[in-house]
Each structure stands twice: as C-alpha cells, then as structure tokens.
Design a protein around this ligand. Structure first.
Ligand code: 523
Length: 152
C-alpha cells in the first residue's frame, strides 16, 4: 500500500469497480416433475461455463418481460410449452461474474406441454433435490440448490 493509498481507499476503489459492472437480467426455471425431481441441463462446449449443470434459462432481451423471456427460452432450449400462470418466482441469484453482475430469478414450474428435449444443451438430468450438489454448477446457480432442498 504505497502512493498514499490507504486501506479505506483501496476498499472504496474495489466498491467502484464492482458497482460499475453492468447488471444482466437472466431468467431460469426449476422444472419439477411428479416425483419431485428437478431438471438441470449441461452447458454445451463452446459456451461460457461449458460442462456445468445449470437451471435452464437465458437473458431477457430488450422489450421482453421476464416471464415471456423464460417461456421463449424453455421453448428454444427444451422444446416445451409453458403457460405464464404456471410460473412462480421463487428466489433469485445475484452473482458477480468477471465482466457483469448476474441477477437471475428462479421460477418454479410443475406443468408444461411437450417432451423435455435437449435442443441446446449437452445433456439433461432429473435429479432429487438431495443429489443436486453432486453436479458442478455455475457459481450463480449453486446457492439456489439449498433453497430448493428446503422447499421440496
Ligand atoms: N447463467 C448462469 N446460470 C444459469 C443461466 C441460464 C445462465 O450462470 N442458470 C449465465 C451464463 C451466461 C449468462 O448467464 O454467462 C447468460 O446465459 P446464457 O445461457 O444466455 O449464455 P450464453 O452463453 O448463451 O450467452 P453469452 O454468455 O452471451 O455467450
């Protein structure tokens, strides 16, 4: 700490750095089947966080409502139709990645039409809540597991 930098000024600088990250709104779903298992999906090679198991979802595009964005993503990624009144917001993740801050509500979804199919992921798994922690996840998703375990 030379050059007149105090502990306080270093702390202030790091707060400025953290605050200047853009916040990106991503929506995600916990699909829950009749046996109480939860769907997670493996991020494909070539994307950020490849190989990690995520709650499926994606970015909210400009002009979209979050629920619309999630319905669109679930159709694109999993081939299923979800109606908006079946989506209930549950908890949200808030995580600072290197270049942006991710804010991600997780919606519970117990009803959908169609067969869940991996259209964009490298794999799908239906997992008992107690076993979710066996799967490596993006850091934003990890804290959501404990919430789901408590709920289900
Ligand atoms: N996450 C995340 N967890 C999670 C999702 C759906 C997304 O941490 N359950 C992160 C991963 C990406 C960002 O949110 O950094 C946007 O997600 P997505 O799936 O739209 O990412 P990409 O890889 O399609 O978009 P780019 O990062 O822009 O390439």
């Amino acid at each position: 700490l030379g050059h007149g930098r105090t502990l306080q000024s270093v702390a202030a600088e790091s707060r400025v750095t953290a605050a200047s990250l853009p916040t990106v709104l991503v929506v995600a779903a916990a699909l829950i089947d009749v046996d109480g298992r939860v769907l997670i999906a493996k991020r494909p090679q070539g994307k950020t966080l490849a190989g990690l198991w995520e709650f499926p979802g994606g970015k909210v595009e400009p002009g979209e409502r979050p629920e619309q964005a999630l319905i669109r993503e679930l159709k694109e990624e999993l081939g299923i139709d979800v109606s908006e009144n079946c989506l209930s917001p549950f908890v949200f993740a808030s995580h600072a990645y290197d270049s942006f801050h991710l804010l991600m509500p997780l919606y519970l979804c117990r009803r959908w039409d169609g067969v869940v199919t991996a259209r964009e992921h490298d794999g799908l798994a239906w997992v008992k809540p107690s076993k979710l922690s066996d799967y490596p996840m993006p850091p934003a998703d990890e804290p959501l597991v404990a919430w789901l375990r408590d709920l289900l």
